[in-house]
Design a protein around this ligand. Structure first.
Ligand code: TNX
Length: 634
């Protein structure tokens, strides 16, 4: 008992030293400028909290609640600082001189002053909370510093697909909390897809009663061989719940962008209202890659992943339906942007349908791509007439871009480059650059089931959302950057967290920090380990990084010096050289090791990281080779 207390205390001390010594004061994303000063401010219960602007009351409460949890005391709130009285001051005075969402923090021995308006002040508090070390004898000591900060991009987004798997409101709020902590300001809520319609629409109740439920879910990796689990899978958000989430997000300065998919990814809506299909009487085309999913009569909400041919037909009935849906959506979401999908819409049914072919002729459209463009442009016009703007995935470029659309570039950077060159706003979210957080985080076979791909947090960090191909004038169309969490293979909140963290940290830094302030060594070795150690004490799951300094490729030579560092403060590293999988029973790494490999031989170094709470990294290995013929190991 005593021993574990000592360990805990020393972990707290280490965290303390880490954050305060760091050039970025432990803050993620890295602030614009940090200037350290002499001395320190001692926060204890004698300090008063001054915040006179009514609009800042919530932000002041947030800070005070945090101090209660961290220090065990609340600050007394006061109107004015009396001379000599130590104070934490939150103020928006003069904040009009700061850039939007910008803030500054001045910590001197007498005062902590946070200056910013709205989101800016909220971000100042987030930074202060991140800087705060553990208490010692009911005091929290903060080094004196001046921080000036502002975002690089005005759009900093994270998406969540709740159609393939559904996540309860309580988790959506937790997700929003995580985004806000890292100064993200847009939550893209992917509410409809082939496998489920998740938003209540009063005028069309079957969207959720029928479209919100599927009869099974594919087992394992698509296309798989194991069939579906034959279990009903359902869930949707009521309009009341949606309003709650939107209001909650607003208190965290996060805008919620709803996505209603059209004209493709429409199976769930079509299952509810078959007249929305080109062929209402045709049974749902399951998927030729998954014949085992059987023939089921009528229209079905899909049980497998992929892309499906049964898409919206461009009849007046469909447009009326979509406009009605959009009307209700607009009533629920104050967001300037409404996302209307536009991706992966197969043209097969439009080709087969005599109605669609006649429609193409009547409207002088070139072909089915022209029809896709017509569809999006018509919906854009409607949404614009309600004072809102559309976002679409980069397929909306095909056949001609809708005049005011913002493009989300996901199939690489090309869509974004094309759109910016056509003077359209762009949000960069290329899967190839690691922004698909449904991809696996390392090449280790220990990674859980994912869609594939590889997106390490280092890869995300290395990405610059401004494509080199753009001129300075075109660069201003890049509004920002987003990561997407598609949930075909993510069925629980805990796995969403696992896929999100620590990649969210990298995303936040490329979205917020100036490229000149980016420094992967400082990020991964100084700050990430502190943030993960904090998470480690909570019930929030995360991917445990592999040891810092572990070579990711095999090394040639005779003499190797292996120098590793724990990627989570307080975590232990264990290793083997005998080709067994390491665990807590393997050798513990405590200091650099020198390995000599005789000529013609090799050694395989395998490591695992185990955090204070017992979370484990994947096992990774490096071959240290001195001229041996390599054999493949597991
Ligand atoms: C492509 S990104 C999709 C999604 C999938 C995702 C899986 C996009 C616009 N469409 O429907 O879930 O890939 O990574």
């Amino acid at each position: 008992m005593k021993k574990s207390l000592i360990i805990l205390a020393s972990l707290a001390f280490t965290l303390n030293v880490f954050a305060q010594n760091d050039v970025n004061m432990g803050i993620i994303p890295a602030p614009l400028s940090v200037v350290k000063k002499q001395g320190s401010f001692v926060l204890d219960k004698t300090v008063v909290l001054i915040s006179n602007d009514i609009e800042n009351a919530k932000t002041a409460d947030l800070l005070n609640a945090f101090i209660v949890s961290k220090g065990g005391f609340a600050l007394r709130e006061a109107k004015l600082a009396v001379a000599g009285q130590k104070a934490v001051i939150l103020t928006s005075k003069g904040a009009e001189l700061l850039s939007k969402e910008g803030y500054n923090i001045h910590i001197s021995p007498n005062q902590i002053k946070l200056n910013g308006a709205g989101a800016g002040l909220f971000y100042a508090v987030q930074s202060l909370m991140q800087m705060m070390p553990e208490k010692k004898k009911d005091k929290i000591t903060l080094s004196a510093v001046i921080i000036n900060d502002e975002p690089r991009f005005k759009y900093r987004g994270t998406h969540l697909d709740v159609a393939r798997h559904f996540f309860p409101i309580s988790f959506v709020k937790k997700y929003i909390d995580l985004l806000a902590t890292y100064k993200m300001n847009n939550f893209h809520w992917h509410l409809t897809d082939d496998q489920g319609w998740r938003i209540e629409i009063k005028k069309y109740p079957k969207l959720t009663s029928v479209g919100g439920s599927r009869n099974g879910t594919i087992i394992g990796n698509y296309p798989g061989t194991g069939g579906t689990d034959n279990e009903t899978y359902k869930g949707y958000y009521t309009q009341e719940e949606i309003k709650q989430v939107v209001a909650y997000a607003a208190t965290k300065y996060i805008n919620v962008i709803p996505e209603i998919e059209m004209p493709g990814h429409a199976s769930a809506a079509i299952a509810a209202y078959p007249d929305l299909s080109c062929f209402p009487d045709r049974d749902t085309f399951i998927n030729e890659k998954t014949p085992w999913s059987g023939s089921r009569k009528g229209k079905q909400v899909q049980q497998t992943w992929g892309v499906f041919d049964d898409v919206f037909t461009p009849t007046e009935n469909t447009f009326k339906f979509l406009e009605d849906v959009i009307d209700e959506v607009i009533g629920l979401f104050p967001s300037k942007y409404i996302h209307i999908g536009g991706d992966e819409c197969p043209k097969e049914y439009w080709k087969q349908s005599s109605f669609c072919q006649q429609f193409i002729k009547d409207n002088n459209l070139k072909d089915e791509h022209g029809l896709q463009s017509y569809f999006i442009q018509r919906m854009e016009k409607y949404i614009n007439s309600k004072g809102r703007s559309i976002i679409g995935w980069d397929e909306i470029l095909e056949g001609g871009l809708a005049p005011n659309a913002t493009v989300m570039s996901w199939r690489g950077e090309k869509g974004g480059i094309d759109a910016a060159q056509q003077n359209h706003d762009v949000i960069m979210t290329p899967g190839s650059a690691g922004l698909y957080f449904d991809h696996k985080q390392s090449a280790s076979p220990d990674e859980p089931l994912t869609i594939g791909g590889l997106s390490s947090y280092a890869k995300v960090y290395a990405y610059d959302p401004i494509p080199k191909e753009l001129t300075v004038a075109q660069q201003k169309y890049i509004l920002g950057v987003q990561a997407n969490i598609w949930t075909e293979y993510i069925e629980s909140p805990s796995k969403v967290e696992f896929m999100l963290l620590p990649r969210l940290f990298s995303l936040a830094e490329i979205a917020w920090s100036k490229p000149s302030n980016k420094d992967f060594k400082n990020f991964s070795e100084e700050r990430v380990p502190v943030h993960l150690a904090r998470l480690d004490k909570t019930n929030t799951n995360y991917w445990v990084p592999t040891p810092i300094g572990m070579p990711d490729k095999s090394q040639d030579g005779e003499r190797f010096k292996i120098e590793l560092k724990a990627p989570v403060v307080g975590a232990k590293i264990f290793y083997t050289l005998d080709n067994y999988r390491p665990s807590e029973n393997a050798t513990r790494y405590v200091s650099p090791i020198t390995l000599i490999v005789p000529q013609g031989q090799m050694k395989i170094l395998k490591t695992i990281v185990i955090t204070p709470s017992g979370r484990r990294s994947v096992v990774v290995e490096t071959i240290l080779n001195n001229g041996a013929v390599l054999i493949k190991t597991k």
